[in-house]
Design a protein around this ligand. Structure first.
Ligand SMILES: *Cc1c(COP(=O)(O)O)cnc(C)c1O
Length: 423
C-alpha cells in the first residue's frame, strides 16, 4: 500500500489491506451489476440516436427542445417506465417528490405510507404533525395521510398493509426504498414487488416509490416490479456525479403527464422549459451513473467492513445485500461522530481544509454534522457523511465518485479517530 501522500498509521493500512481482500466476492458482484446496468444505459443511448445536436442550448419557452425530449425517453427506458420527466430545474429530491405527489393527489384522496415515517424533508410536504401548515402542504390541500409502520424486523408489515388498504382504499401507496436517517434496512426491488402485489390484489392504488439512492444498485428498478411512479434526485445516483442539479420522475404515462402540469402549469406541462446548455451534463450524468453507483457501493462496502472489523455495529453488515448506496456505522458517541466527519472532510478533493461543525439544518429536527467536499454543492453521490447528533450516534455515509479516493477518505476518518484515541 502506497503511503507517500498521506501519513496513515500502519495499523490502519494493514486492516485496510485485509478488509479489501475479504471483499473480493462482494466487489465482483458489484462489478457484475454495474456492467449490466452500463449496457442497459448504453443501449438506450444507441436506440435513441443521441447526437451532438442534442446538447445544444435552448432559451426562453424552449418548445421542441429535442435533447430534453430524448433524455426523458432514455430515462423512461432505462427505468422501465412508459414515460419520464427529467429536468435540471427540479431543485432537489424533495422538490421532485413534491411535484409527483401534488401532481397526482387531489383533495379528499388518501396517501398511505407503508414504510413508516418518510424521509425528514418530506414531512413538511405532506404536512405531518402540522408541519409547514399554510404553505400548501398536502394536508392544507385536504389530502389525508395515513402511515403503516414497518414491522419490528424493519421490514414492510404486509399483513397490516393488507388490512389498511382494505379499510381505506388509498389513492396512493407510498414506499421509500432507501433507509434515510434510520437504521432500518433498505428495501430490495423484490420486496417492493411484494408490496405491489399485496396492494394491487386488494385495490388499484397508485404505487409511488421514493427511489432516492436506489438507482442502479440492482439490475431492476421499482417500476420493473410493478410500481406506477418513482422519483429521485440527480445529485444522487442518477446524475452520475455530473448533472449539476435536477431530478426525475418516471412511470405510467398518464401519471407522468399529470406531474408535468404541476412541474410547470396546467395546459403547458412538459412542452416548455429551457435547458440552457445543461443537456450535455445530464446525458453524461446518466451515462456515468451505473459506474459511479458501483464505485459508491464499493466505498460503502469498504467502510462497513473496515469499521465492523474494529468492533462497530454497521448496517448493512459485510456480505448483506445492498439496495441503496448508504452505509451506516454506529459510532456511539458525539465525539466519535465529529472525529469521523472531520476525517472524511480532510480527504475530500474540495474544501479539505474546513472543519465540519454540527448545525441546525432546515428540514431536520436535531443538529446535524455533515462532511462534504464536493464539486457540486450538497451532492451526495460524491463522498459525504452526515450524522444527526442524537441516539444512537450513528453516521450515514454515501457516495464516492471513485473507489480509490473513497477508500482513502475512509482511512483518513479512521486516522482521525485513532489520533483522538477513539478508534
Ligand atoms: C435525499 C433524499 C430525499 C430528499 O432529497 P433532497 O435532494 O435532499 O431534497 C428524499 N428521500 C430520500 C430517501 C433521500 O435519500
Amino acid at each position: 500500500m502506497n503511503n507517500l501522500f498521506f501519513e496513515i498509521d500502519n495499523s490502519i493500512l494493514d486492516s485496510a489491506a485485509k478488509t479489501e481482500l475479504a471483499l473480493a466476492q462482494e466487489f465482483s458482484a458489484i462489478n457484475e451489476i454495474t456492467e449490466y446496468n452500463q449496457q442497459k444505459v448504453l443501449s438506450a443511448f444507441i436506440r435513441n440516436k443521441v447526437s451532438e445536436s442534442d446538447f445544444s442550448v435552448s432559451t426562453g419557452y424552449a418548445y421542441g427542445d429535442r435533447g430534453r425530449e430524448k433524455l426523458d425517453k432514455i430515462y423512461a427506458e432505462v427505468f422501465g417506465g412508459e414515460d419520464a420527466l427529467v429536468r435540471h430545474s427540479f431543485t432537489c429530491g424533495t422538490h421532485t417528490l413534491a411535484v409527483a405527489l401534488c401532481g397526482v393527489l387531489r383533495p379528499g384522496d388518501v396517501m398511505m405510507s407503508v414504510t413508516g415515517l418518510p424521509y425528514d424533508t418530506i414531512h413538511g410536504v405532506i404536512g405531518i404533525g402540522g408541519k409547514c401548515a399554510g404553505q400548501g402542504s398536502l394536508s392544507d390541500l385536504g389530502i389525508k395521510y395515513v402511515q403503516v409502520d414497518l414491522g419490528k424486523d424493519g421490514r414492510p408489515d404486509l399483513e397490516e398493509i393488507s388490512k389498511q388498504v382494505s379499510a381505506l382504499k388509498p389513492k396512493m401507496v407510498y414506499i421509500q426504498r432507501s433507509r434515510g436517517y434510520s437504521l432500518r434496512p433498505s428495501l430490495s426491488v423484490d420486496e417492493i414487488g411484494e408490496i405491489v402485489k399485496t396492494v394491487k390484489n386488494i385495490h388499484n392504488s397508485i404505487i409511488m416509490v421514493d427511489n432516492c439512492y436506489g438507482e442502479f444498485v440492482e439490475k431492476t428498478e421499482p417500476l420493473d416490479a410493478g410500481a406506477d411512479l418513482m422519483a429521485g434526485s440527480l445529485i444522487k445516483n442518477a446524475g452520475g456525479g455530473i448533472a449539476r442539479s435536477g431530478g426525475y420522475i418516471a412511470g405510467r404515462k398518464d401519471l407522468v403527464e399529470l406531474c408535468s402540469y404541476r412541474m410547470t402549469t396546467p395546459g403547458l406541462g412538459r412542452e416548455v422549459g429551457a435547458t440552457f446548455g445543461e443537456n450535455r451534463n445530464m446525458f453524461m450524468g446518466i451515462f456515468n451513473a451505473p459506474h459511479v453507483t458501483g464505485e459508491a457501493l464499493k466505498t460503502a462496502a469498504f467502510a462497513g467492513a473496515f469499521f465492523k472489523g474494529r468492533g462497530y455495529e454497521v448496517t448493512p453488515a459485510p456480505g448483506e445485500k445492498r439496495h441503496d448506496i448508504i452505509q451506516s456505522i454506529r459510532l456511539g458517541s458525539p465525539e466519535k461522530l465529529i472525529a469521523f466527519c472531520e476525517g472524511i472532510q480532510s480527504g475530500a478533493p474540495v474544501d479539505s481544509f474546513v472543519t465540519p461543525e454540527p448545525w441546525d439544518m432546515p428540514g431536520y429536527d436535531s443538529k446535524v454534522i455533515m462532511a462534504a467536499g464536493a464539486f457540486i454543492m450538497g451532492a451526495s453521490i460524491e463522498l459525504s457523511a452526515d450524522a444527526p447528533l442524537r441516539e444512537p450516534y450513528a453516521v450515514w455515509m454515501q457516495g464516492g465518485l471513485n473507489y480509490h479516493s473513497g477508500k482513502t477518505a475512509v482511512m483518513l476518518a479512521a486516522r482521525s479517530l485513532l489520533k483522538k484515541g477513539l478508534l
